[in-house]
Design a protein around this ligand. Structure first.
Ligand SMILES: O=C(O)CCC(=O)C(=O)O
Length: 299
C-alpha cells in the first residue's frame, strides 16, 4: 500500500521508487529460480523464445541480456505479480482491474552487459488510453556502475517521440531530438527487493553494466483493463490469433475483471511501423535498427 504522497509523486513525475516490496524469503526464491534459468541457458547457443543472448555467451560463461516472459517460464513470477507487495503497489496506482501486457527479466551480464537506449514503452505498444505502467523489481542491488534505470521526470506528460530510424521502428529516440533533454535524467539505484515504477510514456533508458555483478531487474508491464492495445511492435500477444489471445488474456488478468469496453482517451499515438528489422527483444530491435547510442561515449 502506498502513501498518498507516493501516489501524487508518481502521477506528477511519472516514476517512483518503492523499497522492500517483497519479503526476504520471496526475494531469495526469485533469485534462486533466476539462477536456475540462467544456468539452463548454458545449453543454448542462439537467442530463442526464452533467452536473449548477449555477445560472448558460452556454456562456460552464460551472458544474457534477457530471460523472456518470465511469468511463462516459472509460475512463481506470476504468483509474485498477483499475490505480493507488488500487487498492492499496483492497486494503489491503477486501482482495480489490471492486466499484464508483458514481462521480462533483464539480466545485463557483468562487464559490459548491453545498454537499453532511451525510449518510451508507449511507442512500442500504443493503447486506447495511457493508464499503463512498468514495474522493475530489483533482484540484486543496483548501483551507478551496474547500468541502473534512468528516467526523465515529467516526460510522461510530454509528446511521444519518434522511435524511427531509416524508415523503420527502431525502438529508441534520437539523442539529438529537440524534445529529449538528457540533462534532466535521474538515476534509480536501489537494494535488492526494491522496485521502480515508470509510466508507459516516461522516457527511460540504462547504460551498460560496468560492474562485475549481473544487473537483474524483473520487469512487469501492466495496463488498466480498459486500455486496449492498438498495435505492438514486438509484442507476442499480437501474434497469437484470437482464440489464443483470449485464453492468454484471462491468464494475464492480475486484479479485478477484464473489460470488453475500451476507454478511448485523447492520447498521442505514433504507430510502430514499418516494423522493426528484429523484434526478438528491445536489445535486438535497437541494435539492428541502427540507432545512435546515447550511452556510447566513444561516438
Ligand atoms: O533493463 C533496463 O534497464 C530497461 C528495460 C526497458 O526499458 C525495456 O526493456 O523496455
Amino acid at each position: 500500500m502506498l502513501s498518498s504522497e507516493q501516489i501524487s509523486f508518481y502521477h506528477k513525475n511519472g516514476y517512483l521508487m518503492v523499497e522492500d516490496v517483497v519479503t526476504p524469503e520471496q526475494l531469495a526464491k526469485l533469485q534462486q529460480i533466476t539462477h536456475q534459468l540462467i544456468n539452463a541457458s548454458r545449453n543454448v547457443n542462439s537467442s530463442n523464445d526464452v533467452y536473449d543472448l548477449d555477445e560472448g555467451h558460452s556454456a562456460e560463461n552464460p551472458r544474457l541480456t534477457r530471460i523472456k516472459l518470465p511469468h511463462k517460464q516459472h509460475p512463481y513470477f506470476d504468483e509474485i505479480l498477483k499475490h505480493s507487495g507488488v500487487t498492492e503497489v499496483l492497486r494503489s496506482l491503477l486501482g482495480e482491474d489490471a492486466v499484464l501486457i508483458t514481462s521480462k527479466l533483464n539480466t545485463k551480464a557483468p562487464g559490459g552487459g548491453a545498454a537499453v537506449e532511451w525510449h518510451q514503452d508507449w511507442a512500442f505498444y500504443p493503447h486506447t488510453n495511457d493508464d499503463l505502467l512498468a514495474f522493475g523489481l530489483m533482484l540484486e542491488d543496483v548501483d551507478s556502475d551496474s547500468g541502473p534505470l534512468q528516467v526523465i521526470p515529467g516526460s510522461h506528460r510530454g509528446p511521444v517521440l519518434s522511435h524511427m530510424h531509416a524508415g523503420r521502428f527502431a525502438g529508441a529516440v534520437d539523442p539529438e531530438d529537440p524534445d529529449f533533454d538528457v540533462s534532466q535524467a535521474i538515476t534509480l539505484e536501489g537494494k535488492a527487493g526494491s522496485m521502480t515504477v515508470h509510466h508507459a510514456r516516461t522516457l527511460h533508458g540504462s547504460g551498460p553494466n560496468q560492474s562485475d555483478r549481473p544487473r537483474m531487474i524483473l520487469f512487469y508491464e501492466i495496463a488498466k483493463a480498459d486500455a486496449w492495445p492498438i498495435l505492438g511492435a514486438s509484442s507476442y500477444i499480437h501474434a497469437l490469433g484470437q482464440e489464443r489471445f483470449w485464453d492468454d488474456l484471462q491468464d494475464r488478468l492480475i486484479i479485478g475483471a477484464l473489460s470488453l469496453e475500451p476507454r478511448l482517451e485523447k492520447v498521442p499515438v505514433r504507430m510502430p511501423l514499418a516494423p522493426p528489422l528484429d523484434s526478438g527483444s528491445i536489445f535486438k530491435t535497437q541494435k539492428y535498427g541502427g540507432v545512435t547510442s546515447a550511452f556510447d561515449k566513444s561516438k
